[in-house]
Design a protein around this ligand. Structure first.
Ligand code: ADP
Length: 666
């Protein structure tokens, strides 16, 4: 059986490093009478019988020689010796042959009549005795031989068994070595626990984990002693439960080492019962400190990124292959979109901007990355919110599209700033238009010239036409050509008039209900640069409540801008006082809104000048047109108000206008 095991374990033995002789070991072979390897069995048998013949021949020759040369009686014992030798080496068969040959030789040479095979009846007892002794010697010797051989075989078997034992022990030693190494590497010790005897067995690694010397006899008390005080009660409960129920256990606890270090341990054991019902536990003790630390670090790292994501002003989002939202970094009440919705379902501008959305969906369907895709959505409270989203497609290792991951940020403030900027630009465009209107007088001459030219051509062509018609033979073709030219010139003049009208007719007075304070603030934004360039400080003393008027916003802006710019220009030549401009708004006692613009400039020299200032083309400036104040007065009067000017008691001038207050029900 042992040999069988060895043969079966051949594969395993490859793993083990055994002594060289173990691998080449073979059973020692002594002479056993068994056929010799490589020699045919029949030749071995023949040689044994040949030995029998040879031995008897030698015995006969020796006997004859003794008789012939020594003149002594022949030795019968020589034949017996030969039979004994043959039976010893050749076995019972060859011994029997030797016995027969010996009997024949004994009869022929030694029993009278000598040299004849005939037997005297008196010699028969002698022959019988010889035969009996020879047979006995043969049997004895052959038996001895068999016993010796059997003994030898037993010894060989014993040696083989001892060798097997040695190999198994060597293999066990190696296995133990590997096991100990594997336990050390995996930081997993093993233990056995006999409930009946209380005996505890620890592997080397278990000793190392508990930091006990190998010479210590392990017991539950020393194990519990190492358990962290906070976990001790629970560990004791686990042990108690296992001892009472004899059930498997799996428990995690901490160890507090003598140097203060803390180890995280997982102990698990399987219970089994022997024939007499005794419970034995076989278990493992794993040092999971490194794993615990790694888990904790991972958890902290995850938490860190979660904190970043949750406190960032951006949202982190993820969609599935159907472009529906599967996760958002924080639950947001800022946007009404939710898990399971597509981005276009959460957006509110899909109908307003279909082309933008068509292009974006093409990008999504092509699984391409996108950056800063802007759209409008709605907050949970219904107010609009502008978002910019960027995303990258996600694929698995097989290249299958899994969805998108990306960020979205609230860009409402930016969009509002852009809208304000656009409004400012529009206001500036309107201001430019107002400026163009104020320079209308300058343009009047060139317009007159442009209109005059087609008019002169019309007159000339009309006269020519009359001439062609009034002759004796009217030239109808020439008259028609002249009329055609008249029509062309007429439409050229109409074009010029149209262009002038287009220039002057921007907003012919769209009156809306507006707060005059708002208009003043808009003007402040528009003239900010000019004020700072001219180093003029502006004070605003506006009524705290809204002052509602019904007016054209742009025209009112134009009036206030003109008054402010005149004030700035009036302070240009002043150097002995600060350049200060004050705009006030208030309600006067007759339900009128009053706006004043006060400067500390050159002022108004006389009451006469105060009146003339509003005349068209009155100017005291070298490059002035003298149209600003006259246009302002027309605008204010067109709105049912009044514009006037007065010199200040100190320095400078004050311009003021009134407008009827516009109530809710007006
Ligand atoms: P312009 O500014 O082209 O001269 P305006 O009609 O705006 O045309 O002004 C007419 C004139 O009124 C000015 O030339 C100036 O003499 C006088 N004027 C206007 N505003 C003021 C002011 N704030 N202080 C003193 N004089 C002013």
């Amino acid at each position: 059986m042992l040999r069988g095991q060895n043969e079966n374990d051949a594969g395993a033995s490859d793993l083990l490093v055994g002594p060289p002789e173990a691998a080449t070991w073979s059973r020692p072979v002594l002479f056993s009478g068994q056929p010799i390897a490589g020699v045919a069995p029949w030749s071995s048998t023949i040689s044994r019988y040949a030995i029998a013949v040879l031995a008897m021949a030698v015995a006969l020759a020796a006997s004859k020689a003794a008789v012939t040369f020594l003149h002594i009686e022949p030795f019968v014992s020589l034949f017996l010796c030969a039979i004994m030798v043959v039976a010893w080496f050749g076995g019972f068969g060859p011994g029997l042959l030797a016995t027969v040959l010996g009997l024949l030789a004994f009869d022929y040479y030694l029993v009278p009549p000598i040299d004849a095979f005939t037997v005297d009846s008196k010699q028969l007892p002698r022959l019988a005795l010889f035969l009996a002794v020879a047979l006995f010697v043969n049997w004895l010797s052959a038996s001895q031989r068999t016993a010796t051989r059997s003994l030898r075989r037993s010894r060989n078997d014993l040696l083989a068994a001892l060798e097997d034992q040695r190999r198994i022990e060597a293999r066990l030693l190696h296995s133990e070595m590997y096991l100990a190494e594997a336990q050390r590497l995996s930081q997993t010790g093993s233990f056995g626990w006999n409930l009946a005897t209380g005996e505890l067995l620890w592997s080397e690694e278990t000793f190392r984990i508990f930091q006990y010397d190998r010479t210590t006899k392990p017991d539950l008390a020393s194990a519990i002693q190492r358990v962290h005080p906070e976990d001790r009660t629970l560990a004791q409960q686990t042990i108690d439960l296992a001892s009472s129920d004899g059930r498997d256990f799996d428990h995690e606890f901490r160890l507090l080492m003598p140097d203060g270090a803390v180890k995280y341990i997982r102990a698990l054991a399987h219970a089994s019962r022997d024939e007499s019902g005794n419970v034995r536990f076989v278990g493992a003790v794993m040092d999971v400190t490194a794993t615990k630390k790694a888990e904790e670090e991972l958890r902290q790292s995850e938490q860190r990124f979660r904190d970043f994501a949750e406190t960032a002003s951006d949202w982190f989002w993820e969609t599935g292959p159907d472009h529906r939202l599967v996760s958002v970094s924080r639950k947001s009440t800022a946007v009404s979109g939710s898990i399971g919705m597509t981005i276009w379902e959460a957006a509110c501008d899909v109908e307003e901007e279909p082309e933008k959305w068509r292009l974006h969906r093409d990008i999504l369907n092509a699984h391409a990355a996108f950056r800063d895709f802007r759209f409008r959505s709605m907050k949970a409270n219904g107010s609009p919110v502008y978002l910019a989203a960027s995303g990258r497609p996600v694929f698995n290792s097989a290249g299958v599209f899994l969805g998108y991951r990306g960020v979205a940020s609230d860009i409402s403030a930016t969009v509002r700033a852009e809208q304000a900027e656009a409004a400012l630009q529009e206001a500036q465009a309107n201001l430019a238009h107002a400026t163009r209107v104020t320079t209308l007088g300058e343009l009047a001459a060139s317009i007159a010239h442009e209109v005059n030219q087609p008019l002169a051509a019309i007159m000339a062509n009309a006269e020519a036409c009359l001439r062609w018609l009034s002759s004796d033979s009217p030239n109808m073709d020439a008259a028609r050509r002249s009329v055609e030219w008249i029509i062309n010139d007429g439409s050229r003049a109409a074009d010029v008039i149209g262009r002038v009208r287009a220039l002057a007719a921007k907003k012919g007075g769209e009156k809306t209900r507006l707060d005059i304070n708002e208009v003043v603030n808009e003007v402040r934004a528009l003239v900010q640069r000019q004020l700072s360039d001219s180093r003029v400080s502006l004070r605003m003393e506006l009524a705290p409540a809204a002052l509602m008027v019904c007016a054209d916003r742009v025209q009112l802006q134009q009036v206030i801008i003109n008054l402010v710019m005149n004030g700035v220009e009036a302070m240009q030549s002043v150097s002995d006082r600060p350049h200060e401009l004050t705009i006030r708004s208030q309600r006067d006692n007759v339900s009128q809104v009053l706006v004043t613009v006060e400067d500390r400039g050159v002022g108004i020299s006389s009451a006469e000048n105060a009146d003339r200032m509003f005349d068209a083309f009155f100017t005291t400036k070298s490059n002035g047109l003298g149209l600003g104040l006259s246009i302002c007065r027309s605008i204010i009067e067109a709105h049912g108000g009044r514009l006037s000017a007065s010199g200040n008691a100190g320095q400078g001038a004050t311009f003021q206008f009134t407008l009827p207050q516009c109530d809710e029900d007006t």
